[in-house]
Ligand binder design. Sequence first.
Ligand SMILES: [Zn+2]
Length: 73
Amino acid sequence: MKQCPECLKDYEPDFPERREGAEPYQNEQHKIGYCSDKCFDEAISGHRPEYTYDERGRRFENGVRKLFADPPR
Ligand SMILES: [Zn+2]
């Protein structure tokens, strides 16, 4: 189990370790430990009204999956 430093939720990473082909947030779970794109953005990238998130906190822009946040303004 890991604890997200942003939302403080205890969670099980999607994969047991970093791996090729995983989405960036799935590897991020094994770095600083943010559980989702949403928590990463809240902590690092800042609020972006153009981004939306699904129930798992995955980032979308205009309905298209967005793997990488734009740099902080
Ligand atoms: Zn979180």
